[in-house]
Design a binder for this molecule. Structure first.
Ligand code: DX5
Ligand code: ZN
Length: 216
């Protein structure tokens, strides 16, 4: 069964608590938290104090997607703020193997995200040691962008590697997922669907999640 991880980047920040309450009452599996530093991506979102405060009002797992340069500097802070899964970008860390082990040393799950232009092959040797790989299906930085077609080829390629090298690996896909393409993304091998605008648009969070899930 697939998991849905709503991205709160598309939530109403003036009423973030209320949106989290709605997620609590929905069939959301995880909360996807997009942290941006204005360096790795051309946008700044929110950080540790916000994560700490929402940790108090939900027990849903926190899937923290770090779009920041040199993420190793902040791993301990994100663990303390309540992260259950920490995703770092392949392109943002020169010593991925070390940082992955560092994340795991705190007892949280570790994942690597790949930008659209980064080949799956780049992380071939890390796969046995990873809990999850996040395939970016848009260029990171903003919600509401269009799904990049070749992402589907990358999902299939990663699924083949998963079958060969780590059957427990989770495949997460993030960016531009809508009612129209979710089925294809899942068919290609995604286990976790991140969705921002598709979940928060129109205000009916619960219904949007049900619709995305469909029969998947
Ligand atoms: C983009 C973020 C995504 C984004 C997804 O950099 O990583 O999680 O919020 O938003 P949608 O689903 O609107 O593309
Ligand atoms: Zn994300």
């Amino acid at each position: 069964m697939i998991k849905i991880a709503p991205s709160i980047l598309s939530a109403n920040f003036a009423r973030l608590g209320e949106d989290i309450e709605l997620l609590n009452k929905s069939r959301a599996d995880w909360i996807h938290i997009d942290v941006m530093d204005g360096m790795f991506v051309p946008n700044i979102s929110f950080g540790i104090p916000v994560i700490k405060s929402i940790r108090k009002i939900t027990s849903l797992p926190f899937d923290v997607h770090l779009m920041i340069e040199k993420p190793d500097r902040y791993i301990e802070d994100f663990v303390k703020s309540g992260a259950d899964i920490i995703t770092i970008h392949y392109e943002a860390d020169k010593h991925l193997d070390r940082t992955i082990n560092y994340i795991k040393s705190f007892g949280v799950k570790a994942a690597v995200a790949l930008n659209p232009a980064t080949p799956i092959e780049s992380i071939r040797y890390l796969i046995p040691n990873l809990d999850m790989v996040l395939i970016m299906s848009v260029n990171p930085g903003f919600g509401g962008q269009k799904y990049i077609r070749y992402s589907s080829d990358k999902i299939r390629e990663l699924k083949e590697m998963k079958d060969k090298f780590n059957e427990n690996l989770l495949i997460e896909v993030d960016g531009g997922i809508t009612m129209e393409n979710v089925e294809e993304v899942v068919k290609n091998g995604a286990d976790i669907i991140v969705a921002g605008s598709a979940v928060f648009k129109g205000g009916n969070i619960k219904k949007n999640i049900e619709n995305l899930r469909g029969d998947l």
